[in-house]
Design a protein around this ligand. Sequence first.
Ligand SMILES: O=C(O)[C@H](O)[C@@H](O)[C@@H](O)[C@H](O)CO
Ligand SMILES: [Mg+2]
Length: 382
Amino acid sequence: MKIIKLTTYRVPPRWMLLKIETDEGVVGWGEPVIEGRARTVETAVQEMESYLIGQDPSRINDLWQTMYRAGFYRGGAITMSAIAGIDQALWDIKGKVMGKPVYELLGGLVRDRMKMYSWVGGDRPSDIIEHIRKLREGGFNTFKMNATEELGMLDTAAAVDKAVERVAEIRAAFGNSIEFGLDFHGRVAAPMAKVLLRELEPYRPLFVEEPVLAEQAEYYPRLAATTSIPLAAGERMYSRFEFKNVFHAGGLSIAQPDLSHAGGITECMKIASMAEAYDITLAPHCPLGPVALAACLAVDFVSYNAVLQEQSMGIHYNKGGELLDYVVNKEDFLITDGYMKPLPKPGLGVVVDEARVLEASLNAPDWRNPVWRHADGSVAEW
Ligand SMILES: O=C(O)[C@H](O)[C@@H](O)[C@@H](O)[C@H](O)CO
Ligand SMILES: [Mg+2]
């Protein structure tokens, strides 16, 4: 079997789907994208074609290593997202050829169902209580929200109190009948992270995500020493080589690689195993589409330390497109009591509605995240 064609489809809300075709008619789908840089990743996928066209799609490991090493420069958000989507599609092909779900090819199920969580509250967290109440009716009991709005590198007690009051309201409304993670979203600089963590401690959030930006990862062990709140990060780390240094330095309790940013299934399996060796849990990041989620689930169902899975149904970014819009087998993505079962179909387990993808790609979005500014006019971390 040989790879004969790669086709990318940028579709609403802000995703990109990749179709890899073979000379024997087997097709694989992946989701290579960096939110807000879809066209750049699209070009990166096209630049990888010379390593792929005419090659045997079953040789995922050699194709992965070639895409990673042969271009001399390596790593980073764009390249590793391109490799990620291609890798996902190659695993999809392999599973379809062998008539098995990808998790079977990776050693079989380590659990029967996977705990999912849902975003609430939007960019600037609001209406959270009502949003949680609605999602609880749908069976969710684990949530994530932005912890703050824009926050200065050194900000006020009032700004800290506003963040804490929101969390206090949640605990007052729901007690410990629900769990929630707080995403600092890179908005909190090191000087404020310690302050916020201390004030949030009494409310025992399930985790705090990206307590500081990934480029400040050396703060993770220092911050972890000041709090009992588990620290989570990983959506802006793109290979096992980045996670290696963070795991070794300590401080991280939850690794959140993104299956569409960190090299795909092949790479994230290695990250998951490394994390387990450090007694670090796995909670793949996934604010994206159905193929990305299916790739996450393939890793979740074979990784002992996988504890939580993000999914984008209802997320504030999904304007103009929703998680299952391009999926034929919607019933396989059912979330019951906050859990998902393994996707049963061969490959990644997503039957893509190609006609819908093609039609949606005709009005390809050019989603960009907003540029926020502080009161003094300086750019704010979004
Ligand atoms: O935890 C999350 O889902 C992420 O922080 C998410 O908000 C961002 O990755 C966003 O997708 C970037 O455009
Ligand atoms: Mg995040």
